[in-house]
Design a protein around this ligand. Structure first.
Ligand code: GLN
Length: 490
């Protein structure tokens, strides 16, 4: 069943929301010992929400577009009354006092919140290996990373822990794990979705994004969370599109841009996946356009300088006094030694590395050479994409250079890991919407994906083209590796 089918069956009274929730909880129970994707499960809360939906349906009361649909939430987003750790020991034991704006919207739409999913610490990573609770495994290959930083959310959707999830995407963290786990992931236009109640990583880049098994399911989730929010000063009030209707529009006449420089450096199967998708869109009546992004190779260095600089400022609040883990107080302590020990104990190595580099890039004498220059490169990347999007309606490319890589492959080489974000970071730097759509399995039985990028607030175009791409595929379901593990075969 898809998310939309589940919502329809519950609304029609042919499926009880409690049964749907119990099935999702049972799946978590059997599968998560293998995946480690959940950091908190709120079984009692989820059952109570589902029962309330069943009562509303029975009483003929109006219900929302997600009524009774069980979903999971990345543990970077506040769900009132539930733990909020950001994947870090720094926030161990912290319970969110209120819902993030996106969570309030989900609740108003009737969604059932199953619990919180694992992530790279403070959303810093591409593999979900920096999570304080340990790595998450990819349901399609348990020795593979699920992608990050929203790896728990992607694995949860692929494994059938409910029908969708919310992740966050600062430089690819919704799209990369979506690609690796064979699900759909959308990074909305900057400002389209509220960031209020979301733990900040790099505020000029962060966006909450929906993940689900199909493009239409993703459209349903997005319709609920998109829109202006008085509690987020960067939120925008452009009109919301009809995202589900966009999935039904033909692609004939649309101009699809292919970035030739993005085709070098791909694994042969990802290269094939992009070209086959391009040919299929042209066969469906779209027209092709060759696109150049002359500064695309600078997106990763500019992104990491800006993201680390903003992170160093955003994470300064976790000092053990105002927020976060406090080290045991020694009689010889000064305020500075207490700060230093609290932060050394609370933050893991990747977060510490980024705070140090970001602080350095912002410091007097280095600011002009690094942070300021990165901001100017950001403008060049933005202008390249705007020029490209005046010659086409949507840019087609890869999400990642290869299928999911083995756990531990880049642990000792952070620069190599950062390079994996080469195709995703440009959309964040430019504030543009982008979607990862699965396109079948590769040679090793691991999911492959393509990425679509459109103009500001043109998410409708992404749904239109994404649905056309998806239509050609058999739907991926039931990851065999996970099934074998559950059956005791591994
Ligand atoms: N991999 C990128 C990083 O580590 C992106 C993370 C994200 O989008 N949150 O910064």
């Amino acid at each position: 069943m898809t998310l939309i089918e589940c919502a329809s069956a519950i609304a029609a009274g042919s499926l009880s929301a409690l049964d749907a929730t119990n099935a999702a909880l049972a799946r978590i129970e059997s599968a998560d010992v293998h995946l480690n994707a959940m950091v908190h499960v709120d079984a009692a809360g989820a059952r109570a929400q589902a029962t309330a939906v069943d009562e509303a349906v029975a009483a003929g009361q109006p219900i929302g577009p997600l009524a009774g649909v069980p979903i999971t939430i990345k543990d970077l987003i506040a769900v009132g009354g539930q733990p909020l750790t950001a994947g870090s020991n720094m926030l161990a034991g912290y319970v969110a006092p209120r819902d993030a704006s996106v969570i309030a919207r989900l609740r108003a739409a009737g969604a059932v919140l199953l619990g919180k999913t694992s992530l790279d610490e403070f959303a810093m990573g591409s593999t979900n290996e920096t999570a304080a609770t340990g790595p998450v495994r990819n349901p399609w290959g348990l020795d593979r990373v699920p992608g990050g930083s929203s790896g728990g959310s992607a694995a949860a959707v692929a494994a059938g822990y409910g029908y969708g999830s919310l992740g966050t995407d600062t430089g690819g963290s919704v799209r990369l794990p979506a690609a690796f786990c064979g699900v759909v992931g959308l990074k909305p236009t900057y400002g389209r979705v509220s960031r209020s109640g979301v733990v900040a990583y790099a505020s000029s880049l962060d966006q909450v994004g929906p993940m689900a098994a199909t493009v239409r399911d993703t459209a349903r989730l997005f319709s609920v969370i998109a829109g202006p929010c008085a509690a987020d000063a960067t939120s925008r009030s452009e009109p919301i599109g009809d995202y589900e209707a966009a999935c039904e529009l033909p692609v004939a006449g649309l101009r699809v841009g292919l970035v030739h420089s993005w085709l070098a450096g791909l694994s042969p199967e990802v290269h094939r996946a992009v070209m086959t998708t391009y040919d299929a869109l042209l066969a469906a009546g779209a027209t092709g356009a060759a696109i150049e992004l002359p500064h695309a190779h600078l997106a990763v260095p500019a992104y990491y300088l800006i993201a680390m600089s903003e992170a160093s400022a955003n994470l300064a609040r976790y000092d053990g006094v105002r927020y976060g883990h406090r080290a045991e107080l020694h009689s010889s302590d000064t305020l500075d030694t207490l700060y230093a020990r609290s932060r050394a104990e609370g933050f893991g190595p990747e977060v510490q590395r980024r705070i140090v580099m970001g602080t350095w890039a912002l410091s007097s004498g280095y600011y002009d050479a690094y942070y300021d220059r990165a901001c100017r490169v950001r403008r060049l990347v933005h202008d390249d994409l705007q020029t490209a999007l005046s010659a086409c309606d949507v840019i087609l490319g890869p999400t990642a250079p290869s299928a999911a890589w083995p756990l531990g492959a880049h642990t000792h080489d952070p620069i190599a890991a950062y390079q994996m974000d080469i195709y995703t970071t440009a959309a964040n730097l430019a504030g543009l919407p982008a979607m990862s759509v699965p396109v079948g399995l590769g040679d090793e039985g691991l999911p492959l994906a393509v990425q679509l990028i459109a103009g500001s607030f043109k998410e409708t175009t992404l749904f239109q083209v994404g649905a056309a791409v998806e239509q050609r595929q058999e739907r991926l379901s039931g990851p065999a590796a996970l099934q074998a593990a559950i059956a005791g075969g591994q």
